[in-house]
Design a binder for this molecule. Structure first.
Ligand code: HEC
Length: 104
């Protein structure tokens, strides 16, 4: 019984560590971003690599976090991004996702 409890605690710890370590790509997949974005090619939205390239070396994290939350058109063309409310993606996940995009 004791061994069983220790195993349970160990696997719970592993599970939560796994959840914390979700990559930007995993977050964007589970949050539905990848319905419109792909890493290498333009879909409905711009290719994530092109976004990374466009803003390379610029201090745009806060601006992009607000843009993804609110959605909207105009930077890449006339097609708007739909809003992405906190029910869809948490602040922490959004930050990880946009930081990942900016690293591409
Ligand atoms: C319904 C389709 C759609 C979904 C879903 C979507 N996007 Fe977008 N995304 C777009 C479009 C279209 C643009 C280009 C908007 C523009 O031209 O200003 C864009 C632009 C962006 C940009 C660049 C913004 C800028 O101002 O340069 C980022 C970063 C981004 N999306 C991240 C995300 C993330 C993260 C998610 C998921 C939470 C997401 N997108 C979900 C369609 C989408």
């Amino acid at each position: 019984m004791k061994t069983f409890n220790i195993l349970l605690i160990a696997s719970a710890a592993l599970l939560s560590a796994g959840a914390q370590a979700a990559t930007g790509e995993e977050i964007m997949t589970k949050s539905g971003c990848m319905a419109c974005h792909k890493v290498d090619v333009k879909l409905v939205g711009p290719a994530l690599k092109d976004i990374g390239k466009k803003y390379k070396g610029q201090d745009v994290l806060a601006k992009l976090l607000a843009k993804v939350r609110a959605g909207g058109p105009g930077v890449w063309g006339p097609i708007p991004m739909s809003p992405n409310p906190p029910e869809k993606i948490s602040d922490a996940d959004l930050k990880t996702a946009v930081q990942w995009v900016l690293s591409l």
